[in-house]
Design a protein around this ligand. Structure first.
Ligand code: ATP
Ligand code: MG
Length: 610
């Protein structure tokens, strides 16, 4: 947040308001004061002039009314008048002219106009007064100066109706105005001082208001950053003090809610990060807003890089949906993230987040790895179809033979026994297969009891080979490569016999004429390594892994002819594993196959000498 500039601050506004108020007050007071003062001063001046003139006119009337006695050194009334006027002088700015009833100027106090004495005057005002008018008083503007003009009749003493002359006076009021100007100057200086002082006070007053506000602002900034440790000072019990109190209250409430939210957030984030399922949240446009670690792992991206991207792109749904709102209806889907190296399937469950008005505000997608699950499901489907297929083949064969017998072949002494033998073989094969399947399903359900006993493996293996040698085809040789010592293993003999039977019969089945089958046992520290090697046609490298799968046959056409169902090695694998061993195969096509398996040895103490 920026700092408030001085020109936008409350402080300046305060000062301006203060000064404006003061200016208005000064203006009102000033104008009232000056007009009042002006009229007062002018009036006082005029009264003083009038008073002086009244006294003067009395003296002049006396002088002009005097009767001449005719004495030698007698002073004429004119001379006496001049004397009186000369006494008045012209220093105080008053000009006087005394005019007799013949309109001649008898005397003046202006030295420069002494030459006018004796001259006739043609002033209208004077003429008016001489002809019996009243005293005239008026203010005239002359050369930008205010002049107070008084024209007063002089009466003969004791006879108020006989005019003996006129007193013409001009008083310069300008002095009064100059005085007024001086006063105004003082007033202005005072006003400027008052404004300066009030501006200063304004700053101080504004400070008392802005300081707490500034503090609250700083506090609000801290709060915005999540720091609730500080409080603002409460300077007084006024409105701002109350505001500061409320602010502190808000601070503590926010602190509390913030702590609660933070706690919730922590809980949520720990739940999200410890979940094995991936969670992706988006806004209503489908842009990712949250994604947990598990989702990042499943999708193969850093969650931080995904934030802001569209869910449709992230989950590679471009081909399946066009608009994010379609997810609402799809509910759940399997997305294939497989590449050349590995298969990878992810199940996504979509749900919407709605607000109080049922408006969609976002989507939550939960994703989980279902590769294994899908694989198992796929295997199950394949298994069911394999079983049905494998059962149908012998059944159809049997039906056709039985039909033939039914159609009359039973009467034929030669064909009938052959047909019946085929039917019996097929039935045997079916029984064998169903037994195998039952065994596998029991092993799957772990309902398969083992009768393990301490067994000396080498002699046990010799017995098995002996049994095979009794009815082996003549063209095949069994070669033993067994150690001489005693090796004790903990095993279920019946089951192990089943394993060895299957491996050895496979070797015999797939051996060429004159082939040798090597049966070998090696001691590898903690376990025995058993291998059965033939010189048959071998198995292609890419099929080698799969021969231990149920129903898998490397060469379907051939093995069916040889009567196999593809369950033998699957059972062998399960059985070796319940004996805590491992089974695998090595093969070179055209050269032969070796099947290996291991069996853990019992305590070394029982191990014999080689
Ligand atoms: P079953 O044993 O149920 O009668 P099967 O022998 O066909 O039938 P498995 O023993 O499970 O089934 O063998 C699976 C497949 O592995 C066989 O069909 C065959 O293609 C291949 N196979 C097994 N052993 C050998 C071997 N020694 N040489 C070549 N191929 C073999
Ligand atoms: Mg077999």
């Amino acid at each position: 947040m920026n700092k408030v500039g001085f020109f936008r601050s409350i402080q300046l506004k305060f000062i301006i308001i203060y000064i404006l108020l003061l200016l208005v007050a000064i203006q009102v007071i000033g104008s009232f004061f000056t007009t009042e003062l002006e009229s007062q001063l002018v009036e006082t001046y005029q009264t003083s002039v009038d008073d002086r003139l009244r006294l003067l006119s009395h003296n002049l009337e006396q002088a002009l009314s005097r009767e001449l006695t005719g004495a030698e050194d007698e002073v004429t009334p004119e001379e006496e008048v001049r004397g009186i006027v000369a006494e008045v002088g012209s220093e105080d700015g008053m000009e006087l002219q005394i005019i007799d009833n013949q309109s001649r100027i008898i005397a003046t106090n202006d030295y420069q106009s002494q030459s006018d004495v004796g001259k006739k005057i043609s002033n209208e005002l004077v003429q008016g007064v001489l002809q019996g008018g009243e005293t005239e008083k008026k203010v005239v503007q002359y050369n930008r100066e205010q002049i107070y003009v008084i024209v007063q009749p002089l009466y003969k003493e004791g006879e108020d109706d006989v005019t003996v002359g006129v007193l013409y006076a001009e008083a310069n009021i300008q002095m009064v105005y100059e005085q007024l100007d001086n006063i105004n100057q003082i007033f202005l200086k005072g006003s400027i001082l008052a404004i300066a002082v009030s501006a200063f006070i304004g700053i101080l007053v504004a400070r008392t208001i802005t300081k707490p506000i500034m503090e609250m602002r700083r506090q609000a900034q801290l709060m915005a950053r999540g720091d609730f440790t500080q409080k603002v000072n409460v300077y007084g019990r006024d409105e701002i003090g109350h505001l500061a109190d409320t602010f502190n209250d808000l601070n503590s409430r926010l602190k509390h809610s913030y702590a609660t939210i933070e706690e919730e957030r922590r809980k949520l984030s720990s739940v999200l990060s410890n979940m094995s399922d991936g969670v992706i949240a988006t806004d209503n446009t489908g842009a990712v807003t949250l994604m947990n670690e598990a989702a990042g792992r499943l999708i193969g991206h850093d969650p931080d890089d995904i934030i802001g991207e569209l869910l449709i792109d992230v989950l590679q749904l471009e081909d399946k949906i066009v608009d994010i709102t379609e997810l609402q209806d799809s509910g759940s889907m399997i997305i294939d993230f497989s590449n050349e190296e590995e298969e990878f399937l992810v199940r996504s469950n979509f749900s919407t987040v709605v607000d109080d008005e049922e408006e969609i505000t976002g989507f939550i997608t939960v994703i989980s790895d279902v590769t294994e699950q899908e694989k198992v499901e796929q295997e199950r489907r394949e298994f069911v179809s394999n079983v049905s297929h494998e059962l149908r083949t012998p059944l159809t064969t049997m039906r056709s033979y039985i039909e033939a017998l039914n159609d009359g072949a039973w009467k034929d002494k030669e064909i009938a026994p052959r047909f019946l033998e085929v039917a019996q073989n097929e039935t045997d094969r079916m029984i064998r297969m169903v037994n195998d399947l039952l065994q596998l399903s029991k092993m799957d359900a772990k309902e398969y009891p083992l009768q393990k006993e301490r067994t000396e493996f080498v002699s046990y293996f010799h017995q098995i080979i002996d049994r095979f040698e009794m009815n082996i085809p003549e063209h095949i040789t069994l070669k033993r490569d067994l150690p001489r010592g005693k090796y004790l293993v903990w095993l279920d003999k019946d089951k192990m016999t089943q394993v060895l039977d299957n491996i050895i019969s496979n070797a015999i089945k797939y051996s060429p004429e004159g082939g040798t089958i090597q049966l070998k046992v090696e001691n590898n520290r903690h376990h025995l390594l058993v291998s059965i090697q033939d010189q048959g046609m071998g198995i292609a490298y890419d099929k080698l892994e799969r021969i231990f799968e149920r129903f898998y046959r490397a060469d379907k056409a051939r093995t069916r002819k040889l009567g196999g169902t593809g369950l033998g090695l699957a059972i062998a694998k399960e059985l070796v594993e319940v004996h805590h061993g491992k089974i695998w195969a090595k093969s070179v096509e055209g050269k032969g196959t070796t099947i290996f398996f291991t069996l853990p040895l019992m305590n070394k103490m029982w191990r014999g000498e080689r």
